[in-house]
Write a protein that binds this ligand. Structure first.
Ligand code: FNR
Length: 344
C-alpha cells in the first residue's frame, strides 16, 4: 500500500495533470503524482481498454469530447510501468453510491483514490462537489467511509481526501477530527480558504493542531499551498516533521521538473514534455495548453505555439524527433528516475 508519509508530490490539476506532465514530474523526482479530478459520472461511462500499442491502460467513454484523434473519448490514461505504486486517482463526487461504483472501475490500475473536497469552481460546488463538501461534513464522511470499506480495504488501496482550511482554526480542526476517523490513509490540506486565490499567502497557523489529529489517528498529512521547490519541502519537513509531505501545483504547472534540486530550464522542459506527449499520443490541444504554461510570457516562441496546427508543428518548433517504437514487442523502459537523492 502506498505510504504518503514524507512524500513530495504533484498536485491534482485539471488539464495539466495528464500523462505527459505526470511522467515528467516522476522522472524529475516527484514521489507520487495525482491525476486531474475526474467526475464520478464520467468514469461510470468508461470502458477500460488495454492499449497494446502504447502500453497504457485507457479509460474510454461513450460521451464527452474527443481528445485523441483515432481514439474515442479518452478520459484517463495510465502508464503502469512508470506509474505503478505512484499514481493517485482524484475523484469529484457528492454521492457515496456513485463514488464507490466509479472507484471500483479504476482501483486496480491506480495506487489510491482521493476525493476532491477543495475545488471552489462553480462546476464543482453547484452540484455539491469539491469545496461544497466542506459545508456538508456528514456527506463527506459517508463518501470516505464507504470508499474505505467497499473499495479501499478489499483492494488494499488507500483512500484519501484533499480539503481546504476553513474560516478559523476551531472549525478547521473540528472538520479534520471527523475526517481522520473515517479510515482514510492520508489528508491533504490546501492551506487557503475556499475564497482565497492561489497567489495569496497560505495560512499555516492551524497545521500543528491538524497534525495532532492526523498523528493520533495514524493518518498522514500532505501540506499544499505556496510550495515552490525542494527547498520549500525541506523547510516544511524541518518545521513540521519528517512524516509530513508537501504538494506542488502552480509551480509544477510552470515547470514540472520543479521536484529536482535544480529544475531544468524551460526549453528542455518543453522538449521532454513533447517526447512524452509524442510517445503517448497526447492530444494536441492538451500539449499546446501545457506548453503554453511552461513557455515564459513574452517569448517569441509563444506566437508559433499558438499557431501550431498539428502535433508535428510542436515537435518542429522545439526540435524534437518523433519517438520510434522498438521493433521487439517489449516496451522500452522509460527513463523515469525513482531515486530522488540522485536528482540534482
Ligand atoms: C488546480 N487545483 C486542483 N485541485 C484539485 O483538488 N483537483 C484538481 O483537479 C485541481 N485542478 C487544478 C488545476 C490547475 C491548473 C491549478 C493551478 C490548480 C488546485 C491545486 O491542486 C492546489 O490545491 C492549489 O493550486 C494550491 O497549490 P499551489 O498552486 O499553491 O501549489
Amino acid at each position: 500500500m502506498v505510504d504518503f508519509r514524507g512524500k513530495f508530490v504533484l498536485a491534482p490539476m485539471v488539464r495539466v495533470g495528464e500523462l505527459p506532465t505526470r511522467l515528467l514530474a516522476l522522472k524529475h523526482g516527484a514521489d507520487l503524482v495525482w491525476g486531474p479530478e475526474t467526475i464520478d459520472k464520467k468514469i461510470l461511462q468508461c470502458e477500460r481498454v488495454e492499449n497494446r500499442k502504447l502500453g497504457t491502460i485507457d479509460f474510454l467513454s461513450q460521451g464527452g469530447s474527443t481528445k485523441v484523434p483515432g481514439v474515442t473519448n479518452l478520459v484517463f490514461r495510465v502508464y503502469p510501468p512508470a506509474e505503478k505504486g505512484k499514481l493517485i486517482f482524484q475523484m469529484g463526487t457528492a454521492n457515496p453510491e456513485l463514488a464507490v461504483r466509479a472507484a471500483k472501475i479504476v482501483v486496480n490500475d491506480v495506487s489510491g483514490i482521493d476525493v476532491n473536497a477543495g475545488c471552489p469552481k462553480h462546476f464543482s460546488i453547484h452540484s455539491g462537489m469539491g469545496a461544497a463538501l466542506l459545508s456538508t461534513p456528514a456527506l463527506l464522511e459517508e463518501i470516505l467511509t464507504r470508499l474505505v470499506t467497499e473499495v479501499g480495504r478489499p483492494n488494499g488501496k488507500p483512500i484519501s481526501v484533499k480539503i481546504r482550511v476553513l474560516e478559523n482554526e476551531q472549525k478547521t480542526l473540528e472538520l479534520v477530527e471527523r475526517l481522520v476517523k473515517t479510515g482514510i490513509s492520508n489528508l491533504t490540506v490546501h492551506c487557503r480558504t475556499k475564497n482565497m486565490r492561489n497567489r495569496e499567502a497560505p495560512i499555516r497557523d492551524y497545521l500543528e493542531g491538524i497534525l495532532d489529529h492526523c498523528r493520533s489517528n495514524k493518518v498522514s498529512l500532505v501540506i499544499n499551498g505556496g510550495i515552490k521547490d525542494r527547498n520549500d519541502f525541506i523547510a516544511i519537513q524541518e518545521k513540521y516533521g519528517m512524516d509530513v509531505g508537501a504538494m506542488v501545483a502552480s509551480e509544477a504547472e510552470l515547470n514540472p521538473t520543479c521536484f529536482r534540486k535544480v529544475p531544468l530550464p524551460w526549453r528542455e522542459v518543453c522538449k521532454e514534455f513533447l517526447e512524452f506527449a509524442d510517445r503517448f499520443a497526447n492530444w494536441k490541444g492538451n500539449s499546446k495548453y501545457c506548453l503554453g504554461r511552461i513557455v515564459p510570457g513574452g517569448d517569441p516562441i509563444r506566437r508559433d505555439l499558438s499557431s501550431a496546427k498539428e502535433h508535428n508543428d510542436l515537435m518542429k518548433l522545439f526540435e524534437v524527433a518523433t519517438w520510434e517504437a522498438p521493433s521487439s514487442k517489449e516496451n522500452t523502459p522509460l527513463d523515469v528516475n525513482t531515486d530522488t537523492t540522485s536528482i540534482d
